[in-house]
Ligand binder design. Structure first.
Ligand code: NOJ
Length: 488
């Protein structure tokens, strides 16, 4: 069985994980010093959001050099050291591959303009009606040539032209560069944006809401031509060719049905339909069933489960703080790889919106430093001035939760330790309308997202794990809780 089949993969957001040199920004040496924590949780691997040189228009997702490390994070030598230390502890390492676009400051933009997508405008107007992900036209006029370049995200992130074989070869080289250094796989950014309509046809107006949240302006159109072109498969096949057997996890921002074709060449894709499901039993059941029906080419689960990342409000802010434990039970008992965003293991909350925000799309609140120590100003993250302040380190921190058997962190540890014993498969179980229940071989997982107690389904035996002691009582499960039971 592949190593990732049931792996727990910990997402490190490098700027906010741990700072080793007092500049207030996390770095590779800091990640190295935090490996014990990731191992202690029981994770199998870590994925680092981009560490490449970047002018930070999109905080690393605007890459200026795919084959180096941003000086703020360290050097390639620091990277090699981190990789060796992680491997020696049995932790695999995934890079973040950003193949859809580069930074406008990447030398390719001036040296190889043909690597990008250019078109003539319609008079003063852009070539077509495509809208960028964070709003505004997806085209910017180049003052020098008068032509327009395409950018699916910020104007500082020009889209690469994957129909140009030189682009394909260059990106394959990037994969090989990191694989030769020893990485174990890649999370692939914005994969559904990789190839667009060759004729640049206008997107039609949206006739129904998209299954996942979109920026208001972006949501007015159906992204029929600006994303997800049918020949995207050829581009993904090229990534697979370069990756060999390394793990490829796709960030495919589509509902489960749209993701299925991507599994031809990927190992797994993020289960965004569950990530963005409202915290309501019927909707959660539907999303789990839809995502769990996706199969990888080897017949294993095709969904990589994830409930949180650096792009969306944190779990307590999205599902309510009272549901954080139940959400952990729900996700960490599903079959297939699970991704845990740094800080979720201590129930970390959103930070405040800051007046001098760094991210123009307003995502700073989800990116505050991991709270290591119960110290309000620096939280053990740095000895300098943190780039974003800790949120509430006195109330929650790794140090305080490590030794507390009743903490959220202990629950994560217990769930991760239990995962290998759950057995294969997943079968949704008919139960009270207010609960979510599924069977894993000899076990039954029951989650109650509602406020009041609900009866356990037939076949529920003794609890093996409870989200908090005593939530299972006399055949009932308390509100806002979850449990794993023996199946009778
Ligand atoms: C998805 C990344 O997670 C997000 O942070 C970024 O802004 C976009 N892709 C564009 O690269």
């Amino acid at each position: 069985m592949s190593w990732w089949r049931d792996a727990v993969i910990y997402q490190v957001y490098p700027r906010s994980f741990k700072d080793s040199n007092a500049d207030g920004v996390g770095d590779l040496r800091g990640i190295e010093s935090g490996l014990d924590h990731i191992c202690e949780l029981g994770a199998d691997a870590l994925w680092m959001s981009p560490i490449y040189p970047s002018p930070l228009a999109d905080f690393g997702y605007d890459v200026a050099d795919y084959e180096d490390v941003d000086p703020a994070y360290g050097t390639l030598e620091d990277f090699d050291r981190l990789l060796a230390r992680a491997h020696s502890r049995g932790l695999r390492v995934l890079m973040d591959l950003v193949p859809c676009h580069t930074s406008i400051q990447h030398p390719w933009f001036t040296e190889h303009p043909d690597f990008y997508i250019w078109a003539d405008g319609q008079g003063d107007r852009p070539p077509n009606n495509w809208v960028a992900t964070f709003g505004g036209p997806a085209w910017t006029r180049d003052e020098r040539t008068g032509r327009w370049y395409l950018h699916s995200f910020y104007p500082e992130q020009p889209d690469l032209d994957w129909r140009n074989p030189a682009v394909v070869a260059a990106m394959q080289g990037v994969l090989r560069f990191w694989l030769d250094r020893g990485v174990d796989g890649f999370r692939i950014d914005a994969l559904d944006r990789l190839v667009k309509d060759a004729d640049l046809r206008d997107d039609p107006p949206a006739s129904a809401p998209f299954v996942l949240p979109l920026h208001e302006e972006h949501a007015r159109l159906e992204h029929l031509y600006s994303t997800n072109s049918p020949d995207i498969q050829e581009a993904i096949a090229a990534l697979r060719e370069a990756a060999g057997d390394a793990l490829l996890v796709g960030e495919v921002y589509l509902g489960a049905a749209g993701v299925a074709p991507y599994l031809q060449h990927l190992d797994v894709a993020f289960a965004f339909e569950l990530f963005h499901s409202p915290w309501e039993p019927a909707r959660l059941r539907e999303a789990i069933a839809a995502c769990a029906s996706l199969e990888a080419t080897d017949g294993g689960p095709g969904s990589a489960w994830v409930l949180s990342n650096h792009d969306f409000p944190r779990l307590p802010d999205r599902f309510g703080p009272e549901n954080v434990r139940a959400a952990a039970v729900l996700m960490l008992t599903l079959p297939g790889p699970c991704f845990v965003y740094q800080g979720d293991e201590i129930g970390q909350r959103n930070g405040p919106e800051s007046p001098n925000s760094h991210d123009r799309a307003g995502r700073d609140p989800y990116r505050h430093p991991l709270q290591w120590e119960p110290e309000p100003l620096r939280a053990g993250f740095t000895t300098g001035e943190p780039w974003l302040a800790p949120v509430d380190a006195e109330s929650r921190s790794v140090a305080a939760q490590r030794t507390d058997p009743g903490s959220v962190m202990s629950l994560y540890r217990d769930l991760i330790a239990l995962r290998p014993h759950l057995g294969g498969g997943l079968e949704m179980v008919d139960a009270d309308a207010g609960i979510v229940a599924f069977a894993r071989a000899e076990h039954l997982v029951v989650v109650n997202p509602t406020t009041r107690p609900r009866p356990l389904p037939p076949g529920a035996g003794e609890p093996v794990l409870e989200s908090e002691p005593g939530v299972v009582s006399d055949g009932w499960l308390a509100g806002h809780s979850g449990t794993v039971l023996a199946r009778t």
